[in-house]
Design a protein around this ligand. Structure first.
Ligand code: FE2
Length: 384
């Protein structure tokens, strides 16, 4: 045994990063030999996408575009889109949009010709394979779904978010074009950016942290904390958008081998029970989970604070606290609400939120400090 534990990474076969990658996507697709392209996307990005889709059409590609996904996707949404992709006889699938769009595309590609149902692949490593080419292109800088082996969908039977994790959910090709994020509204820019920051923070301060992942996590924290305020205030700043997009990819790369912890576990019920956007849910809880975790991982939180710009001039505990102060300032600077009570959540919902969060043991087991039901209630109350 060495101090570095064994680890397995699954990355996309081809990843193109940078402004203008959309053009490269069309070139590569035309050269790929695929002919029937089923694209799941978002009406908000069609304006940017249309010229590229025209290039594909004039290259002889038959396209079918699904734009109907609203809010966080459910198993029923998945079934509907899967049926559509099957009747179209797709030979290739793309998700061009935010995390929900890409998660659905990943599962559609996996199940298109599979003999498994959606229920059978919920969990870790249960998907038997993927026979269909999968391309992902994020249009927000946040979820990191384009490089992760995870997909999250709502099971309407119990209203909870179910996670599917499999190396077969990692796309074949990924194109990250920060120019696609230029027209994102400030609020979505802020929420998704905080989500990416949370991926990095939770992967770095994690019971299963790994030195290779630490490198991406710290760099992601540095890039996002330095540039997020700027992209919220100056949406058209391509340089800052590119830095945040890079941080978001690093955050996504952390999600496979290490994954998130208590912030995400406590955030999910806010999404399912009160439809609070995922990034905002994380922003509401992140400072309180960090405060709770701090005694268990002072050194780690001090390194996070330094990546956020704090000076190494005091003890780890003091520097770590400065990191939380900086985080709160960043959340304020990005005009993200910071209290559950600001969002119309009744105080008496807290015990049920905490009980739901406690069921997400797949993430809580990663947390640097054990979380009990009382601890979860306490953190929600502090965030209220
Ligand atoms: Fe997330």
């Amino acid at each position: 045994m060495t101090s570095v534990r064994n680890i397995i990474f699954h990355h996309p076969q081809r990843m193109v990063f940078g402004a203008g990658s959309l053009r490269q996507m069309a070139e590569d697709y035309l050269a790929s030999g695929y002919k029937r392209f089923f694209i799941i996307s978002d009406p908000a990005v069609m304006e940017h996408l249309s010229p590229t889709l025209d290039v594909l059409k004039s290259g002889g590609i038959t396209l079918k575009i699904h734009l109907g996904l609203k809010g966080e996707p459910s198993f029923a949404d998945l079934q509907e889109i899967l049926a559509e992709a099957r009747s179209f006889d797709a030979d290739s699938i793309a998700g061009i949009g935010g995390g929900s769009v890409m998660d659905v595309a990943k599962v559609v590609a996996a199940l298109l010709h599979a003999d498994q149902s959606i229920e059978e692949i919920v969990g870790n490593g249960l998907l038997k394979g993927r026979g269909t080419y999968l391309l992902c292109m994020p249009t927000t800088s946040g979820t990191g779904s384009e490089v992760s082996p995870n997909a999250i969908l709502i099971d309407e039977k119990d209203g909870s978010k179910k996670g599917m994790i499999s190396p077969f959910l990692v796309p074949d090709s990924v194109y990250v074009d920060p120019a696609l994020t230029l027209s994102l509204p400030a609020s979505i820019t802020a929420y998704t950016g905080i989500d990416a920051l949370t991926h990095c923070i939770e992967a770095f301060a994690n019971r299963f942290a790994h030195p290779m992942v630490d490198v991406w996590a710290l760099e992601g924290i540095r890039l996002i904390s330095r540039n997020l305020k700027r992209v919220v205030e100056e949406g058209q700043n391509l340089e800052a958008r590119t830095q945040v997009a890079l941080g978001s990819v690093y955050g996504g790369m952390c999600l496979g081998p290490v994954n998130t912890a208590a912030v995400h576990a406590l955030a999910y019920p806010l999404g399912t029970q009160f439809k609070i956007p995922h990034g905002l849910s994380n922003a509401l809880l992140l400072p309180y989970v960090m405060e709770f975790n701090l005694p268990a991982a002072k050194e780690r939180y001090a390194a996070i604070a330094v990546a956020m710009g704090a000076r190494r001039r005091a003890s780890d505990a003091v520097i770590a606290l400065q990191g939380i102060v900086r985080l709160r300032q960043l959340i304020r600077d990005c005009q993200v609400p910071s209290r559950l009570s600001d969002l119309g959540i009744p105080a008496d919902a807290i015990p049920a939120l905490a009980r739901s969060a406690m069921e997400i043991q797949r993430l809580l087991k990663n947390n640097v400090r054990e979380v009990t039901l009382d601890d979860a209630i306490n953190m929600y109350e502090k965030a209220y």
